[in-house]
Design a protein around this ligand. Structure first.
Ligand code: G
Ligand code: G
Ligand code: MN
Length: 401
């Protein structure tokens, strides 16, 4: 039998929901009048709720803030949102819940439909629950991992849309963790930033990647690497990068540094200094994850960027989602107007390829071309393609322009 918590400030809809639940055979239902009331019940500790059904618009603490508190408490049960709000608000709440790894079973428009509620209550848990049993790497493991060379550069190609030419490759960190297996950046970048190890990690990655690049069948590929904001404060970064490239005979002019908008915001002066110096030495500079940060246009225009990378969030599903398609179109246009190379990442389907092509995106990256892969797989992928990714054959009615 489920233990259910109903959070709603409106007595009528609260009681209606309880009544429907009772009729569906759920007797173990507790009510809270707003988020604070609900948190008090949760934190009392003697109640573990299997299902929380929450309204959005409530006094004192609204449903959105409540979702954040649930995320912070790593709530493992099912979450249902009941609301009279429209799609856009509900979509952003759903996104928030997803970011917190909450199990959002669904959204119930008000007045609540009995059948719909029954379906959501009985919905089984998703196959993959990220937050269950995640064992996080520790700082000591990170330090040892860097020393022992457990970090591997993975490679994801970037292709010129017009010609299919394989122009460049982004280096993405992976950790061959002795206990957790191959882990991605979500598991360790924040830890590395917080513990001051990110710059060391980035330098190792740059060193290993440039060394591997020399052994590739196409030795003229450009390379992009992500630079964390935490590295921008490090004196000696520019000199260290130069030394690494020189040792591996990789010219600075073939390297592009990717920085996120928010990193420019956090340390604008340092960022301007470090990035300008790298640019002066010949490196390209990319605004990464463009569209997700809060940098002002003014600030962006002050940095000597050469490339704009549209965040994958706007590309994924842009072919179906008009809002994302508009953002994609506007970003591509802005990049062009500023004279930047426009790159779209997250191109996962032919439809997205065609859309990017029609919007004048110059270069694409994404699983449609190749997911990030290890050095050996990348070498084989390059050999197979002989420098050119085959342009998709476009049927007459699909032609983008
Ligand atoms: O590789 P991927 O698939 O999961 O990467 C997720 C995000 O992690 C990327 O968008 C990128 O910004 C970040 N990331 C990957 N590798 C590095 C790295 O070496 N340094 C930094 N700072 N970020 C990285
Ligand atoms: O640092 P940056 O955000 O540029 O890193 C690119 C990220 O995008 C990596 O995490 C990579 O794994 C991810 N990625 C690349 N191609 C695709 C794709 O087609 N779909 C999705 N969902 N993610 C992708
Ligand atoms: Mn990147």
């Amino acid at each position: 039998m489920h233990r259910i918590l109903v959070v709603d400030d409106d007595a009528v809809s609260q009681q209606f929901l309880v009544m429907v639940l009772n009729r569906l055979g759920h007797d173990n239902v507790v009510v809270a009048n707003d988020g604070i009331d609900a948190l008090i019940q949760l934190d009392a500790g003697d109640r573990n709720f299997d299902v929380i059904c929450c309204d959005l618009d409530m006094p004192r603490m609204d449903g959105i803030e409540f979702v954040r508190h649930l995320g912070e408490r790593c709530y493992q049960g099912k979450l249902l949102i009941s609301s009279g709000f429209d799609g856009r608000v509900l979509e952003s709440v759903a996104e928030l819940a997803r970011l917190y790894d909450l199990w959002l079973a669904g959204v119930l428009p008000k007045p609540v439909n009995r059948q719909h509620l029954l379906e959501l209550i009985s919905q089984p848990p998703p196959a993959i629950r990220h937050s269950i049993n995640i064992s996080h790497p520790t700082e000591e493991e990170l330090r040892a991992g860097i020393e022992k060379g457990q970090f591997l550069p993975f490679f994801q190609p970037q292709v010129e849309m017009e010609s299919g030419k394989i122009r460049s490759v982004e280096v993405l960190a992976r950790w061959q963790h002795p206990r957790l297996g191959l882990t991605g950046p979500q598991q360790f970048i924040e830890l590395a930033e917080g513990s001051g190890l990110i710059t060391e990690l980035t330098k190792r990655l740059l060193c290993d990647a440039t060394r591997m690049m020399a052994k590739l069948p196409d030795p003229q590929l450009d390379m992009s690497i992500n630079l964390s904001m935490a590295s921008l404060g490090e004196t000696g970064l520019v000199a260290d990068f130069e030394a690494i490239l020189e040792a591996n005979r990789f010219p600075m002019s073939r390297l592009t540094i990717e920085a996120t908008e928010n990193s420019l915001m956090a340390h604008p002066i340092r960022a301007l200094e470090v990035l300008s110096r790298l640019r002066l030495k010949g490196a390209g500079l990319a605004i990464d994850d463009f569209g997700t940060g809060f940098a002002s246009m003014d600030r962006l225009s002050r940095f000597p960027f050469t490339e704009l990378k549209i965040d994958k969030g706007f590309v994924i599903d842009a072919a179906q989602n008009p809002t994302n398609a508009s953002i994609l179109r506007a970003s591509a246009e802005l990049g062009r107007q500023l004279g930047l190379k426009v790159v779209a990442e997250g191109v996962a389907s032919l439809a997205e390829w065609l859309l990017c092509r029609s919007l004048g995106v110059e270069v694409v990256q994404g699983s449609y071309i190749s997911p990030p892969v290890d050095a050996e797989s990348f070498r084989r992928w390059l050999l197979k393609h002989q420098g050119v990714f085959p342009l998709p054959a476009i049927a007459a009615d699909q032609h983008p322009i």
